[in-house]
Ligand binder design. Structure first.
Ligand code: ADQ
Length: 480
């Protein structure tokens, strides 16, 4: 079975968040099931520079007014198709934002082009001798592909649309519609029209054969007004085509026994060796070497991720004898509040602003607990990395966090299956109480080590979830 996966980012070429991890790791988990994935991504400079060997396999003379080449390349076992279109993708700045942090004004065109390229690869002879059986798109940036397919030559090929975060919907003014090369009927409530605007994600959700999101709980939550962000009604009308499949992790890139970014390797039976990573972490963040648990945060600094709650509990963490290290960037006010906490508590709280993949590994290997107080979380990956690294997750009971962490309540502790701490409500007081629970558990070394062990034994690989994708794909082909 051949899948064309289409995404705006893919690890290890370009990553701003969890989407890249998933798009980068799923193909190799599908391969043992006979599912071959080709992944189409834009040729940003960061991508083009990393392609050592590439081969032009397709060409568009005029894709949104400019020529484009499709290159094929292999990196880390990924079979990539790279859409090289300098006019749209060769920019300073990141995949979505310019160097000043603003959205590129032509993002609608940049990602419509990616979507149209996918639809044409599926339907026409763009890559001679190759066509997908299924097109799998991720998030709003690629959500127009099923719409283009519906109105183009690939209308019979089934599509899967995965929602990684419904908060990002790709909503643009109606004035962009004439530029999208779609027939007038596509600007209707059955397709793209969204409160008078053009909604990319809305169009994809209306048109895709099947919709998935990244955990079973989030699949339920987005059917409610609280979490559906305006799309709950649409999703309710498509509930028979909606599935939640939890993310796994790339167990090779995230393996404390072999990780090149940490100071000392360890496993479940050699947890004591984490001490060297702890010391390196303290040095890196300028913390003192006192005892007590080190909490870490590795996150986009946003309201979704509950980073304002972390800022509110910093004094409590220190007062209770804990320490905190934060790696993140995002909202300037949140960044300011956390930096202020770090300067109030020198030696106890440290912060690195920015994005640093190697440091995120050292933090999971050296800290004792990872705080994830998200207000909503489709799946979450950092709690899964935490499980694998013996960095006990402390999570809000929502979405994928609720699905993947077993709370250390009395029943779970006596059954010896607890892997972390869940809390509700998602408020500063809720988080404070959870931190107190952590402090108590940490003061009992045997209990703490057992929780770390339980976590490290949890199956966070892609194996089970890959099977669920395979059966979803097979079902779609059987129907067709
Ligand atoms: N400053 C920093 N430096 C280094 N690394 C950093 C970092 N900030 C974050 N990261 C890394 O980025 C990734 C973030 O993944 P998440 O799943 O937490 O969230 P995200 O909200 O991006 O993804 C959305 O998509 C994913 C994938 O489906 C869902 O799990 C999630 O719930 C949904 O919100 C992790 O690999 C993390 O280690």
């Amino acid at each position: 079975m051949n899948i064309l996966s289409v995404a705006s980012e893919v690890y290890p070429l370009v990553k701003t968040g969890g989407l890249a991890d998933v798009v980068g790791a799923l193909p190799s988990a599908l391969l043992p099931h006979g599912v071959k994935t080709r992944t189409l991504v834009p040729g940003y400079p960061a991508v083009m520079h990393k392609l050592k060997k590439k081969k032009a396999v397709g060409r568009f003379e005029n894709l949104f007014g400019h020529p484009a080449t499709v290159h094929s390349a292999e990196i880390n076992g990924l079979d990539l198709l790279v859409l090289d279109q300098p006019a749209l993708y060769h920019r300073d700045g990141g995949p979505y934002l310019d160097t000043t942090g603003r959205d590129y004004p032509d993002n609608f065109r940049r990602f419509a082009a990616l979507s149209l390229a996918a639809a044409e690869i599926a339907g026409d002879n763009v890559i001679p001798g190759w066509k997908p059986d299924i097109v799998h798109v991720h998030d709003w940036q690629t959500a127009l592909a099923p719409v283009y397919m519906r109105f183009g030559s690939a209308r019979d090929i089934p599509t899967v649309m995965t929602i990684h975060n419904i908060a990002f919907q790709g909503q643009f003014g109606a004035s962009v519609f004439p530029e999208l090369s779609l027939p007038p009927e596509a600007f209707s409530v059955q397709f793209l029209e969204y409160y008078g605007d053009v909604g990319f994600l809305k169009g994809g959700l209306q048109t895709a054969t099947s919709i998935t999101t990244v955990s079973p709980s989030y699949a339920q939550e987005i059917l409610t007004p609280e979490f559906g962000m305006g799309l709950d009604g649409l999703l309710a009308s498509r509930v028979d085509s909606l599935t939640g499949i939890a993310n796994g992790i790339d167990a090779e890139a995230w393996n404390p026994q072999t990780d090149p970014h940490i100071v000392e390797h360890y496993g479940a039976s050699t947890l004591k060796r984490r001490a060297a990573n702890r010391k390196a972490l303290e040095d890196r963040f300028g913390l003192d070497h006192s005892p007590g648990p080190i909490f870490c945060v590795i996150s986009r600094l946003t309201w979704q991720k509950g980073m304002d709650l972390v800022a509110e509990v910093t004094d409590d963490i220190v007062a209770l004898g804990g320490k905190l290290v934060v790696l993140g960037s995002g909202d300037a006010a949140l960044e300011g509040a956390l930096l202020a906490a770090a300067s109030r508590h020198r030696g106890r709280i440290g912060m690195v602003t920015g994005y640093d993949e190697p440091l995120s590994h050292l933090m999971q290997a050296g800290a004792d607990a990872i705080l994830i107080p998200s207000r909503f979380e489709p799946c979450g990956l950092t709690q899964l990395y935490g499980l694998r690294y013996g960095c006990v997750p402390v999570v809000a009971r929502t979405g994928g966090l609720a699905d993947t962490i077993i709370d250390a309540n009395e029943a779970a502790l006596s059954a010896k299956c607890a892997t972390g701490f869940q809390f509700l409500p998602v408020t500063a007081d809720g988080l404070r109480l959870a931190i107190r629970r952590v402090m108590r558990a940490y003061s009992e070394p045997k209990l703490w080590a057992r929780m770390q062990n339980q976590g490290m034994k949890s199956d966070v690989s892609w194996a089970k979830s890959a099977e669920r994708y395979v059966s979803l794909y097979s079902g779609l082909l059987a129907k067709g």
